[in-house]
Design a protein around this ligand. Sequence first.
Ligand SMILES: [Zn+2]
Length: 95
Amino acid sequence: MPRAHKQRRLAVGQPCPYCCRTMERLDHPRLAPTRDHVVPESRGGKEVIVACMQCNTTKADMLPDQWEAFMASNPGWWKLSKHELRLVLMIESVP
Ligand SMILES: [Zn+2]
């Protein structure tokens, strides 16, 4: 079994390191464990951790600092609708 898949499979039932929700089965639309580059791969990051799908897709290419700030200023951000989330991300990306 490929290492990456095993890494994800082992994370089922574990809390996501970002949102602390329990990660679910591998085909879960939001809480599936996914491999997340701590520093985005597009920015040269190598370290990979397992985080839930929703965190991974929302974090996208944010740097760890930006992501921490985002989570800190939006507690329970995963409950926002897609529309609300887009607004928040838009506001926060303004320098
Ligand atoms: Zn998460």
